[in-house]
Write a protein that binds this ligand. Structure first.
Ligand code: NAD
Ligand code: ZN
Length: 688
């Protein structure tokens, strides 16, 4: 190529585009939190491709046009892919699809080429390895060369077989995705929790799959479609169509809508059809993947470092509409999170009329610069949930109003603030806010608190919705008539059982009641400290900030929260109601002299007690506990995997006993002192 001078502006633009794209890659692939739409991203990428095509001298191996966009996250083992996992070139229009077909036919020197048209599932790619039919590895795409070992998380996806129907050794690839309902549920939950919602189902699936906590992954219902066999020739497969059938035979979930197309026109028809029909599905698809059917043809066509030349993604257009923000209302969630919602001038969008769109939080509003009266573009994220893409400041008249965070809760008028300065969400801070009642009741009846099993989530919802319970104390005033009113499914026996449980709940230890009140920052542990120290709820209610803050384990922050809670007139009202209903507000003191005068130490893990519990147990029985063994220690209790204390005890000739021996020892001493051991253990269990 002859020397030519590349204009300075071009060099600068290329650099700027690369920087921008890298930033968006990071937001998208690493944080799973993109800040622009896919179409906007694709536009940047197209411009870069165009400039690099005009000035090939500018192409560098690390340009985003040359590489797969992902990254490997810390915390996971890295896996090198057996064969690189590539991306796909994409297009949004028929012209370019015809162009793709012409290129393919020209390279292959064929008059007509068969394609497989598949739905492009909006999830994350996954590679799955099996040895003799047994699942051994699941890996993400990462940067295409190396991915993350997410095997444990993959195992929680029910549609991915852990054993194949044939005992083959094989690597397959496909997509893990989040179904529509699950995506909605998860985002509702995140919004309530004050976390930013996932922008789209792909980010949600990726974010879930890269969770280090497997239990959390299992709780979210991910699903899969598999569409690719690595080294298909090993299984005698000659075409993509055969590969799909083979995958089905192995037991994988294969998308039922794929189509073998005789020519590109059939592909285009398929795309037109699914552009409309995609709403019928309970998962998201963002286009059609077009693949040359014959593998020998695929090999001739080959690939670039970023994408195969034998396939292309033919994306569906994102449906957008223009409308106006008429007003902003505020919803209060179950945890008190205030969510601003845009009330829109009704507009037709992808088959439905859109009237509202969540604005998520006030930072989102500020970032997107949205005002009341603004013209905005709305889009359906993943085709379902209306979202404001951007405002159009050019169309402002000057009469638009800025959206300010409220200083009072719209439901109860309570104070508004952040629980944690890091959090984006604003919350109503009033613990008695009616919007939070369902959540508060769940806390009250939970196992750690009053343990009223019969009052499950659904029943609580119904009680609140029916107006039968207006604050937490109302639980103790429920009549059989109230419960019967909640309709079918609640028979006499259930009602009697629930009322019986509520009756028993009145007698629970004080710390359980305190836990159940849901005082901000006061969990089980603090509740125990408070109960132990004050011995009655009314004494806690009357305690001053000065007194509270000096109690070991409490400190100024929690003390402040407690004082504020009891200062609330509604709290006083609730305490009165509890008292009238006969709820026990005093601590039954359990302090015995069974082990009085003895000093114990513990090493290793115990079966019946956590570390904290055994210390409490000793204290209740009047013994002294020490952290290290000395000559003054009477006994060392030896649990599983004992530490150095055990050696030391032997050296100092301190007596040791196993956990069983210890309990036996307590039994004997209890009986000697005239106590009933079983009774002690029962009240201990209830207390702890
Ligand atoms: N908004 C942003 O900031 C941002 C940033 C980065 C990327 N993106 C989006 O992501 C795209 C790039 O992502 P990509 O590299 O994963 O490419 P891609 O999503 O365009 O296509 C490749 C992927 O499609 C998936 N796929 C789904 N169904 C398939 C099927 N039946 N057969 C084969 N593959 C199938 C595979 O996982 C494959 O990796 C961009 O075009 C853009 O839309 C957006
Ligand atoms: Zn409120």
């Amino acid at each position: 190529m002859s020397e030519r001078k590349i204009p300075k502006e071009v060099i600068e633009e290329v650099e700027r585009l690369r920087e921008e794209i890298e930033y968006h890659n990071y937001r998208y692939y690493v944080l799973n939190d993109p800040v622009i739409t896919d179409e906007e991203y694709d536009k940047l990428m197209r411009r870069l491709i165009e400039l690099e095509r005009m000035y090939p001298e500018l192409v560098t191996p690390d340009s985003p046009t040359q590489r797969v966009g992902g990254k490997v996250l810390e915390g996971f083992k890295t896996v090198k892919h057996s064969v690189p996992m590539l991306s796909l070139d994409n297009t949004y229009n028929e012209e370019e699809i015809l162009e793709f077909d012409r290129r393919v036919k020209k390279t292959l020197q064929e008059a007509e080429v068969e394609y497989v048209a598949e739905l492009k599932i909006d999830g994350v790619s996954i590679a799955l390895r099996y040895e003799n039919g047994k699942f051994v590895l699941g890996a993400t795409r990462g940067d295409g060369i190396e991915g993350e070992d997410v095997s444990e998380n993959v195992k929680t996806v029910r549609s991915i077989p852990l054993r194949l129907r044939k005992l083959v050794t094989v690597e397959v690839r496909g997509e893990i995705y989040m179904p529509v309902d699950e995506f909605k549920r998860l985002n509702d939950e995140r919004e309530e929790e004050g976390l930013p919602p996932f922008a789209n189902p792909r980010n949600a699936a990726a974010g879930t799959l890269r969770q280090l906590n497997t239990a959390l992954v299992a709780a979210r219902r991910l699903d899969s479609f598999i569409y690719y066999v690595v080294h298909p020739e090993n299984y005698g497969l000659k075409t993509q169509w055969e590969a799909l059938q083979f995958l089905k035979e192995l037991g994988f979930k294969v998308n039922p809508h794929s189509k073998l197309c005789k020519n590109i026109q059939e592909v285009i028809d398929y795309w037109r059809e699914w552009k409309e029909r995609k709403k019928e599905l309970d998962y998201w698809v963002d286009g059609v993947v077009v693949k040359v059917n014959r593998f020998d043809f695929q090999r001739i066509l080959g690939e670039t470092s970023k994408a195969p030349r034998w396939a292309i993604a033919f994306k569906f257009p994102a449906e957008q509409a223009r409308t106006r923000v008429l007003d902003v209302t505020i919803q209060v969630g179950r945890t008190g999170v205030l969510t601003p919602v845009a009330e829109l001038e009704p507009v037709q969008l992808a088959g439905t009329i859109v009237k509202r769109a969540s604005l998520h939080n006030f930072e989102y509003i500020r970032e997107k610069d949205i005002r009341i009266g603004d013209y905005v573009f709305v889009e359906k994220a993943g085709g379902i949930i209306p979202q404001i893409v951007k405002s159009i400041p050019e169309l402002r008249t000057g009469s638009e109003k800025e959206i300010k965070p409220p200083d009072k809760c719209p439901v109860c008028g309570g104070k508004v603030g952040k629980l944690d300065p890091e959090e984006v969400a604003l919350r109503c801070l009033n613990p008695h806010c009616p919007a939070k009642l369902k959540r508060a009741l769940r806390t009250l009846v939970s196992r750690e608190a009053l343990d009223i099993e019969g009052l499950g989530e659904k029943l609580i919802d119904r009680l609140v919705d029916a107006g039968l319970v207006k604050d937490i104390a109302d639980i103790f005033y429920l009549t059989p008539f109230d419960l019967a009113q909640l309709g079918p499914g609640i028979g006499q026996r259930t009602i009697a059982k629930i009322l019986q449980e509520i009756e028993e709940a009145k007698k629970r230890p004080l710390h359980k009641l305190i836990t159940g009140l849901g005082i901000p920052m006061v969990g089980q542990k603090t509740a125990k400290i408070l109960a132990e120290h004050f011995k009655s709820l009314e004494a806690i209610a009357d305690a001053s900030y000065e007194t509270l803050k000096d109690i070991p384990g409490i400190g100024p922050e929690i003390a402040k929260s407690i004082v504020e809670y009891f200062r609330n007139p509604k709290t006083r009202e609730i305490i009165e109601k509890l008292k009238k209903a006969g709820v026990k507000l005093e601590e039954r003191v359990m302090k015995l002299d069974i082990l009085k005068g003895l000093t114990f130490a513990v090493t290793g893990t115990l079966k019946n007690f956590t570390r904290e519990e055994i210390v409490e147990f000793f204290e209740k029985l009047g013994a002294k506990v020490v952290n290290s063994v000395s000559r003054n220690t009477d006994y060392l209790i030896v649990g599983e995997n004992p530490g150095s204390k055990y050696e030391k005890a032997k050296m100092l000739k301190v007596k040791t006993m196993s956990e069983e021996e210890f309990l036996e020892f307590v039994r004997k001493r209890a009986e000697l002192k005239g106590y009933n051991f079983d009774e002690i253990m029962r009240s201990w269990k209830e207390w702890s």
